[in-house]
Design a protein around this ligand. Structure first.
Ligand SMILES: C[S@@+](CC[C@H](N)C(=O)[O-])C[C@H]1O[C@@H](n2cnc3c(N)ncnc32)[C@H](O)[C@@H]1O
Ligand code: SF4
Length: 374
């Protein structure tokens, strides 16, 4: 029986952060769609997925992402989980994660999640510095984060925090404070992402108008190197370019499944799915999504079948970012591999053992490595 993973996209946020272009809507942008209808709509897409998949596959991991899944009552998230379990069965030991903002969960909420079957929470910390959180237009304060982590640990939930480095005006010292604060939380897992200035966001407009400086790539690289060294010293090992874990067991099994090209069904507005080389994605707006389902139609916007070349390129792109590495037997261009070793971008010893594993320098130049291979 092949493995199956589920992603549930909850496209609601109290306010939109200036840098974010995820498929998410504030209450005034919902155009008649009611957040309280989310579970009903989900149940309709679930029926569709059962018809496509049959019931012969258990779920190995489930991830609620957003938006802000915790904008919904905990009972809604638990209802969704129960419906998934009734339909497919959740495998023993499956990882069940929700993303959460540090300022919209408390002990009662987290207890309800734990009782309902969740075992992991990933908090959007972003920074421990007030001025950086303000630039990012986050609603939480630095003090919200340790409180939320403490409450999650009291429920014996696995914990992770997301950090962002390279926000406009963030100094190296600001970043060091954020890294130290994240380490002090003693979470099981940390993700650290370079800030991407997404076109069409408020942040992009502020930068275009000269109100905020552009992120400095050299400073971002220095921040990555600093964080990696501090995380390693604190017992957190990198296992994917932007992800560090306390142990193999606490790596995000759900994200590893994406990176290894496994099958997953993405439920909810704008969610992407992948089954055996076939990819599709749902219409983005919750009202359009509900409209399709009300007509008994699939909410899909479009789909594509990956060509052999696309499959190869995707494998190189995703697996080269993993510490376990990319199987070098799929790379025909041996000269390119030799060049990457000579330039200290990939580990020579691992390469002799048939794996492409990035060096620290290679991790800073991962896009270049991929370009030289595909
Ligand atoms: C889309 S959010 C969802 C979780 C939750 N709403 C939150 O903000 O914490 C998931 C993560 O994406 C990252 N993210 C969103 N936009 C980004 C951007 N433009 N550049 C880098 N990271 C970004 C943030 O680190 C965030 O924690
Ligand atoms: S970063 Fe998170 S909280 Fe902010 S708008 Fe995006 S999804 Fe919502």
């Amino acid at each position: 029986m092949s493995t199956l993973h589920a992603y549930v996209h909850v496209p609601f946020c109290r306010v939109r952060c200036g840098y974010c272009d995820f498929n998410t809507y504030t209450a005034t942008e919902l155009q008649g769609f009611s957040q309280s209808d989310f579970v009903n709509q989900f149940a309709k897409e679930l029926e569709l997925s059962k018809r496509v998949l049959g019931s012969a596959r258990h779920l190995e991991s489930i991830f609620f992402g957003g938006g802000t899944p915790t904008q919904l009552p905990a009972s809604d998230l638990v209802d969704v989980l129960r419906l998934l379990d009734d339909s497919f069965g959740i495998a023993k030991g499956a990882e069940v994660t929700t993303e959460a903002n540090p300022d919209n969960v408390d002990g009662f909420y987290l207890e309800a999640l734990r009782r309902g079957g969740f075992n992991r929470v990933s908090f959007g910390m972003q920074s421990a510095v007030s001025s950086v959180l303000e630039t990012l237009e986050r609603t939480h304060t630095p003090a919200n984060v340790p409180k939320a982590i403490k409450a999650a640990k009291e429920q014996e939930l696995q914990t992770s925090v997301d950090l962002i480095y390279g926000a406009p005006k963030e100094s190296m010292d600001d970043w060091k404070r954020s890294v130290d604060a994240a380490i002090e939380l003693e979470t099981d897992h940390i993700s650290a992402y370079a800030l991407i200035v997404e076109e069409g966001t408020k942040l992009a407009r502020q930068i275009n108008r000269g109100e905020l400086p552009e992120p400095d790539e050299d400073l971002q690289a220095a921040k990555y190197e600093w964080a990696d060294a501090q995380f390693a010293a604190a017992g957190l090992t990198w296992y994917e370019l932007s992800n560090w874990s306390r142990s193999k067991e606490t790596e995000s099994k759900h994200n590893v499944a994406y990176w290894l090209g496994r099958d997953w069904w993405g439920y909810g507005p704008g969610a992407h799915s992948h089954l055996d080389g076939e990819r599709w994605w749902n219409v983005k707006h919750p009202s359009a999504y509900a409209g399709k389902l009300a007509e008994g139609l699939s909410p899909e916007a479009d789909r594509e079948t990956l060509t052999e070349l696309q499959k190869f390129e995707e494998r190189v792109l995703l697996e080269s970012r993993l510490a376990t590495g990319l199987d070098l037997s799929i790379i025909e261009n041996k000269d390119a591999v030799a060049g990457l070793i000579a330039d200290d971008l990939i580990d020579a010893k691992a390469a002799f053992q048939g794996k492409l594993v990035l060096t620290l320098r290679g991790r800073l130049l991962a896009d270049l490595v991929v370009r030289r291979l595909v």
